[in-house]
Ligand binder design. Structure first.
Ligand code: NDP
Length: 497
């Protein structure tokens, strides 16, 4: 797409899109006709009217998924047949990728360049990866003299997938792809702040997959569609990505029916830069680590720990880099910092920044931008704060915005102590040219993911998930197989009875 076409699109924002549920292969409104509104975070205006799922919509979606699993062809297909259909779904996403990328950006404010070059390619990759993984997936044989024992990995049944708003379709498809590939049927409930692309995926799936295999129910979480989808006795598994407090509520709600749970939750990840690091690499990685997707990233390196000898130089370069990030209309391909997803979230982030400003030293930003062109949107300035005590809420809590807290350290032991001084354990970044130190620190940080001299690199075969308040369980590669299937052991007598 050329810059000119993008500019034209900026001037012709469409209003009044209707977003439905997709149940049993059909796009349908709510049984009671209720809707809610999705707001464009750049204009502050409503841009979509969305079906609001209630108990009856959940009942219909779960019944459709149940029927498709218990009686339909999907779990009974060969790996080749299912894989082919999943590739067909990926092809359909590919064909509509520009439209979906635009919708993602309108809905939640992520820069269009990220939607185009990161989110949409990952949606496709999630679908294709698990379509292929399934075909190459192995099971074990345990030979013995008198018995032959082997394992089977069978689909679990009906999966509820609940996704957050920061990478709406990327994370939705991260759940849906393995769930479906391993023969389950699913109901996806996206976050109410970013509902549009889930329905787009559901509509494409309705053209390609048997009815009921992928259902989408729109709506809210607590005491609404999300909660009902977790509690339903006809749902076998729940895969959830979102806040740690929501994860606790979901775990409690799933307990009476003893469902399998995978929880990918919040983070407050340390980004540790040693004095021997390649500073060009570390500055670029730090900027990406906190300002990608305007900081609305679970994996964000939101606590920067700088070894004292490089503190001043690093800060100077970091601040210069952050100042150069274009902030503005997320549909503009030049934009790197878009608005916060909602006005409420902007206010929450600003609340953190106010307390950080009061108690520490603000080196950059600290509030909402003064540019009148951004006045209708939910913008927050890229912000860097230093000098906060370790127990300050800006240091301990997930802000989930473009806000970085920085502190110095002296030596590896202090770096590790500070890095691990958090209730979260999702990710860590380490920048050093000392190979032994890189491995030592990687081994000692309590986190599910450690990136050494890089950030956000994802190989879908590897385990993904967090320690402590950042999650329960792992997905990715064989870990997704283990979560989305029921392992069965079959033992055959070889000697006669
Ligand atoms: P939330 O926890 O607020 O919401 C996530 C989803 O859960 C939404 O679809 C929400 O619906 C739904 N939900 C809320 N309450 C319930 C409930 N009681 N029962 C069932 N469903 C419910 O998270 P956000 O959308 O605000 O996402 C941001 C969070 O996600 C951050 O903490 C971030 O760190 C985390 N995250 C973690 C990742 C990881 O891989 N570890 C990756 C990306 C984000 P609704 O919005 O309609 O209420």
């Amino acid at each position: 797409m050329t810059q000119t076409a993008d500019q034209q699109r900026l001037e012709h924002r469409d209003f009044g899109r209707d977003v439905l549920h997709v149940i049993d292969g059909e796009a349908v409104p709510s049984a009671d006709g209720r809707t809610f509104e999705s707001v464009d975070p750049h204009t502050g205006r409503v841009w979509a009217r969305v079906a609001e799922g209630g108990a009856e919509d959940v009942r219909r979606a779960v019944a459709a998924a149940r029927r498709a699993f218990d009686e339909g062809p999907w779990p009974r297909m060969s790996a080749d047949e299912r894989g082919k259909l999943m590739h067909a779904l990926a092809d359909a996403v590919h064909d509509r990728r520009e439209e979906i990328a635009q919708a993602e950006t309108r809905d939640m404010g992520k820069p269009i360049t990220e939607s185009r070059t990161f989110d949409l390619p990952r949606v496709e990759r999630n679908l294709r990866f698990f379509a292929d993984w399934l075909r190459m997936s192995e099971a074990e044989v345990f030979p013995a003299t008198k018995h032959l024992t082997y394992s089977r990995y069978e689909p679990k049944g009906v999966v509820t997938a609940i996704s957050p708003w920061n990478f709406p379709l990327m994370l939705g498809s991260w759940k849906i792809a393995p769930a479906l590939a391993f023969g389950n049927t699913a109901i996806l409930k996206p976050a109410e702040q970013s509902p549009v692309t889930a329905t787009m995926l559901g509509e494409l799936a309705a053209e390609v997959l048997p009815p009921g295999v992928l259902n989408v129910v729109q709506g809210f979480g607590p005491d609404a569609a999300g909660e009902y989808l977790v509690a339903s006795p006809d749902v076998d598994l729940v895969t959830f990505t979102g806040e740690s407090t929501t994860g606790k509520a979901i775990m409690a709600n799933a307990a009476p029916t003893l469902k399998g749970l995978s929880l990918e939750l919040g983070g407050k990840s340390p980004n540790i830069v040693f004095a021997d690091a390649d500073l060009d690499l570390a500055v670029a990685g730090t900027l990406k680590g906190i300002f990608k997707n305007q900081g609305e990233v679970c994996l964000a390196g939101s606590r920067l720990l700088l070894e004292r000898p490089i503190y001043d130089e690093f800060m100077e370069r970091l601040i210069a880099g952050a100042k150069a990030l274009p902030i503005g209309d997320p549909l503009d391909p030049a934009t790197q910092i878009g608005p916060m997803v909602t006005a409420e979230h902007r206010d929450r982030v600003v609340g953190f920044l106010e307390s950080g400003t009061a108690d520490g030293a603000v080196r950059l930003g600290g509030g909402v931008p003064s540019d009148p062109a951004l006045a209708d949107g939910f913008y927050v300035e890229p912000t860097i704060i230093e000098g906060l005590p370790a127990d300050h809420r800006c240091v301990r809590d997930e802000i989930f915005g473009p806000a970085l807290v920085v502190s110095p350290f002296d030596g590896e032991a202090e770096a590790l102590e500070r890095a691990n001084d958090t209730p979260y354990g999702l990710a860590a970044m380490v920048w050093t040219t000392n190979l032994s130190r890189a491995h030592r620190v990687a081994a000692s940080v309590r986190a599910g993911l450690v990136w050494v001299n890089c950030f956000f690199v994802r190989d879908l075969r590897t385990p993904f998930g967090g320690a402590k308040l950042s999650g329960v369980g792992r997905e990715g590669g064989v870990h997704s197989r283990d979560f989305f299937t029921e392992a069965k052991t079959v033992t055959v007598e070889l000697d006669g009875m």
